[in-house]
Design a protein around this ligand. Structure first.
Ligand code: GLA
Length: 378
C-alpha cells in the first residue's frame, strides 16, 4: 500500500517534470570535465533549447575525487581545475541551473566517494556552491541498508541546507520507490539504466526503450506535480537508434510526464536530433500542468495506443508501432475516455498537420519502430 497517497515532497520544486541535460549517457566518467560542461551550457543557452524549457546542466558520476581532512568532498582537480563554485557561477550566468551527483552508499557506482555519513556536510557544501539539483545513487550501500531511511535522511539534509535543490532518487526501482518516495524525492528512477537501443535487455539489468515502456505502464498512479516516476535520461541523438526510434522514445517520455534530461552531445548534434529535442508541442505534453502520466489503453501484436489526459480536457495519444512492418493504428474515442459520437480536431505533433471533425476515431499509418503523436481536442 502507498501510505502517503496524494502527498509530495513539499519543497515547491519540479511542479512540472524537470528538463535539462546530464553528462552520463554520452560522456560517462572518462569524458566528463569542465570544458564539456561549459560548452554544453553555452550551447543550450543559445541554440533554442533554453527557450524550449531545458534548464538544468547536471554533472553525473566522477566530478568528485576524495575527502579532505575535515571530511569535505573534494572535486576532481584534473577534470575541474576551476572548481565547482566557479562552474556553477558560469552556468548561472547563462540563465541556467546546475546539478551534481552522489550516492547514499560509501562510494558512487564509478568508485568515487559516496555521501554515507556525510549527508548534512555534503548538502551544506552543495548549497554553498550554488547547486540546484542533486541525483543520489544506490551503489556500494551497506549490507541491509534501508533505502527509504537513507533517502529520507538525504532529503532532510538537503532541506536543512536552506537552498532550493531538486532531489532525484536513483535506486533503479529496486524497492518499488513509487510506493514510498512521493514525500521524499522530486523524482525517482523507476527502472534500471537505459541502454541506447530500441529493444534490448542487458544481462546485468540495463533496458532498451521498449523494455522501459512496459515497466512504466501501470505506475501512473504514483506520479504527479513535485513527484515523478523517472524512466531514466534520454538517449536521443546518441546513435544507437534510428531517427524514427529516437522520435518515438522522446514522444513516449513526454507521454509519461518524464523528466526530460537530454543525454547527448548537444554541442555537436545533427539537425534531426535538434528538431526532436526542440519540438515545443511535444514538450508541452510533457510539461502539461495536470502532470498525469500517460498509460497504454490498447495493444495488438506490437501495435499500441497510449493516452495521457491533459489539463484542457484534451488527450495526447501515441500510436506506437513496435512491430517489424508499417501498419495502420486506430485510436477510438472510447479507448481514451470519450463518447463514440464525439467530434474532435486532431493535431499531429510531428508532421504539424491538423484534421478537423474527426468523429469516433482516428487512424494513422505508422512505420515500423515509430510513433505518431497526436493531440486530440474535442
Ligand atoms: C548508475 C546510475 C546511472 C549513472 C551511473 C554513474 O548506474 O543508474 O544513471 O548515474 O550509475 O556511475
Amino acid at each position: 500500500m502507498y501510505p502517503f497517497a496524494g502527498r509530495a515532497l513539499d519543497n515547491g520544486l519540479a511542479r512540472t517534470p524537470p528538463m535539462g541535460w546530464n553528462s552520463w549517457n554520452k560522456f560517462a566518467c572518462k569524458g566528463l570535465n569542465e570544458q564539456v560542461i561549459r560548452e554544453t551550457a553555452d550551447t543550450i543557452a543559445s541554440n533554442g533549447m533554453k527557450d524550449a524549457g531545458y534548464q538544468y546542466i547536471n554533472l553525473d558520476d566522477c566530478w568528485q575525487s576524495s575527502r579532505d581532512a575535515q571530511g569535505n568532498i573534494v572535486p576532481d582537480a584534473e577534470k575541474f581545475p576551476s572548481g565547482i563554485k566557479a562552474l556553477a557561477d558560469y552556468v548561472h550566468s547563462k540563465g541556467l541551473k546546475i546539478g551534481l551527483y552522489t550516492d547514499v552508499g560509501t562510494q558512487t557506482c564509478a568508485g568515487r566517494p559516496g555521501s554515507l555519513g556525510h549527508e548534512y556536510q555534503d548538502a551544506k557544501q552543495w548549497a554553498s556552491w550554488g547547486i540546484d539539483y542533486v541525483k543520489v545513487d544506490w551503489c556500494h550501500t551497506l549490507k541491509g541498508q534501508n533505502g527509504p531511511a537513507s533517502y529520507t535522511l538525504m532529503r532532510d539534509a538537503i532541506l536543512a541546507s536552506g537552498r532550493p535543490i531538486v532531489f532525484s532518487i536513483c535506486e533503479w526501482g529496486t524497492s518499488d520507490p513509487w510506493l514510498w518516495a512521493g514525500p521524499v524525492g522530486n523524482l525517482w528512477r523507476a527502472t534500471e539504466d537505459i541502454q541506447d537501443c530500441w529493444d534490448c535487455k542487458r544481462s546485468w539489468g540495463g533496458n532498451g526503450v521498449t523494455q522501459i515502456l512496459d515497466l512504466m505502464n501501470g505506475l501512473q498512479t504514483y506520479s504527479g506535480p513535485g513527484h515523478w516516476n523517472d524512466p531514466d535520461m534520454l538517449e536521443v541523438g546518441n546513435g544507437g537508434m534510428t531517427t524514427e526510434e529516437d522520435r518515438a522514445h522522446f514522444s513516449m517520455w513526454a507521454l509519461f510526464s518524464a523528466p526530460l534530461l537530454v543525454g547527448n552531445d548537444v554541442a555537436h548534434m545533427s539537425d534531426a536530433t535538434k528538431s526532436i529535442l526542440e519540438n515545443k508541442e511535444v514538450i508541452a505534453i510533457d510539461q502539461d500542468p495536470l502532470g498525469i502520466q500517460g498509460h497504454r489503453v490498447k495493444r495488438d501484436n506490437g501495435l499500441e495506443v497510449w493516452s495521457k489526459q491533459l489539463a484542457d480536457g484534451g488527450r495526447a495519444v501515441v500510436l506506437l508501432n513496435r512491430s517489424a512492418a508499417a501498419a495502420p493504428i486506430t485510436v477510438a474515442w472510447t479507448d481514451i475516455g470519450y463518447p463514440d459520437h464525439l467530434t474532435a480536431t486532431v493535431h499531429d505533433l510531428w508532421s504539424g498537420k491538423t484534421a478537423s471533425d474527426q468523429r469516433g476515431s482516428y487512424t494513422a499509418q505508422v512505420p515500423s519502430h515509430a510513433a505518431v503523436m497526436i493531440r486530440v481536442m474535442p
